[in-house]
Design a protein around this ligand. Sequence first.
Ligand code: BDP
Length: 701
Amino acid sequence: DNGYKLWLEYHKVSNRQLAGVYRQQLQYMVFPASSNPLKAAKAEFLMGLDGMLSVKPTEVTNIVSGQTIVVGTPKSLNALPISFPDSIGNEGYLIKTIFINKKQCTLITANTDVGVLYGVFNFLKLIQTNQTISKLSVADHPRLMYRVLDHWDNLNRTVERGYAGSSIWNWHKLPDIVDQRYIDYARANASVGINGAVVNNVNADALVLSPQYLLKVQALANVFRTYGIRIYLSIKFSSPVELGGLKTADPLEPEVKKWWAGKADEIYNYIPDFGGFLVKANSEGQPGPQSYGRTHADGANMLADALAPHHGIVMWRAFVYDNKVPDDRFKQAYNEFKPFDGKFKDNVIVQVKNGPIDFQPREPFHPLFGAMPNTPLMMEFQLTQEYLGFSTHLVYEAPLFAECLQADSYRYGKGSTVSRVIKGDFNKKLITGMAGVANIGADLNWCGHPFAQANWYAFGRMAWNPDQSPAEIAADWLGMTFTNDESFVSPVKKIMLQSRENTVNYMTPLGLHHIMGVSTHYGPGPWVDNAGRPDWNATYYHRADSAGIGFDRTAAGSNALSQYAPEVKADWGNMKSCPDEYLLWFHHLSWGYKMRSGRTLWDELVWRYYTGAESVKQMGLTWNKLQGKIDPERFAEVKQLMQLQFKEAVTWRDACVLYFQSFSRMPIAAGSPKPEHLLDYYKKLKFYYVPGIGGNNYMTN
Ligand code: BDP
């Protein structure tokens, strides 16, 4: 098994008795399908049942018997005497055991065709995870409107921060060749409710808006539409100059506004349901409104005006930093965006990374969440493992997502979690959304590491409902992807749930951050102090010296904590109440500082590094015992990956412990294996040609 089928394996139901019960309940079906989404839903339904049960329900147009499955919208099923609920919205669905003409049937219904598709995927999931289907009453709907994958894919098919091969979009062959992969991609997305895809890198090439490329984009949009997915493009703010030959891209210039309005009209000619633009402006060298003395609001609103007649949106990124905040990069996005609260047009959503720096293994939630009551904020998570060991390390990210989503911003009193903020609980007028930077490439198994697929899956589930539990999602994913055998699911679920904490421990324990190798972000680089800019250096973030370690962000330091609500500021600002997990994010502490555990800070740091690496070893031992429970290909692949991960975790541990020891001058606790090499060895390690920035050269190695 090469993993290509993702969680849509539809493997045989191995419990024969259960399979018999399912077959019994699936003898007939009423499934009229005239639209593309309904046809896709029906094809999926039949494929799933065939795979799992080798059964094909007899198609009927009326209820002739019980054991009939009835699938459709009020419109497509209008011939049947069914009372439909109307509370499930446009994308919600209902799966319910009902009686029609006194015969017991299973109804899968929704108000829209795409809702039916979601219902079908969820019905199949019940069988995939061996649930009973005899007394069903499942009603569900998405809590967020825009559930979008952001591909950082360049037009030359390199993928910025992509670790799963080249881009799946074959721009060269598009629009003539429509690869089956595009369809399978769309199926996978629809199965978890993802309804948008930004197909090109945020560091955008203006070329993507040329007629030649719009035709290619149109071909993808035509595939996606069937599966309820809208296509979006990242745009380069200076496109009017580069593509349109104008002298300026100043958003307040009438000719610039006209150019964008014309471009929007042109795009909608090709793609009537085009989603809109994603914009990275005035960040990491990208052009933006500030290049012309204008503001983020000026830039975003100008584009919003161009898209509004067509119902498109602008996703304007808050990931901005340059040298403007000399004391702390942490503070820049808040400083730049907070003053514009309420100043953005209704179809603008500000896309904010989960944390204030950049997708670190652990970050506190971004202070903008809750701080802009009149502005829609879209969560941006990173699925691709830029700072989490690329596609070599098993890191299940749902716990990272949940930690951020369930964090309390206190902005509207106790219980105003980030999840509630992004769901628009405190301002019902706002549009809502979540974006995930995709971890998908042309590798056979899509994501590089078989377990990285779980992050794509979990992202979709949590974009649909940000409050879902990582444990439940992991269990579903394992059952659908590998097997429902509890003797496999139970230990592997534990591995998954523990995996992110392991990685935090062997990379950046106790609130350390951004100490990876410069630019590529691969491997340890806590010693990096000569990058192009101060805030690209690891030393800027950890501030280790002979007295101690950590970034003081209290009032005595950069005071970044003042960007949070008073409750959060008080909690994290006091080293006694600040959780260990965030300690060095906010405090510079002496090496001898007494931790909650009773250990000194130095001993605790070392202990975490060792525990992290040790847990990877344990994970590997657990995995090895599971041989025979899943297919040999994926078993062997994961086994090797875990061995490599352990090797790399040890490198991380030894490099960091030795480096920090050069400041603390304290010993590694007795009993721990000594690092194999001297610090200098780790400093000199070179990782040639590791995947990195791809075709963009705004940063150099
Ligand atoms: C950082 C990446 C860089 C991206 C940037 C972004 O290192 O490659 O372009 O984020 O989000 O994480 O724009």
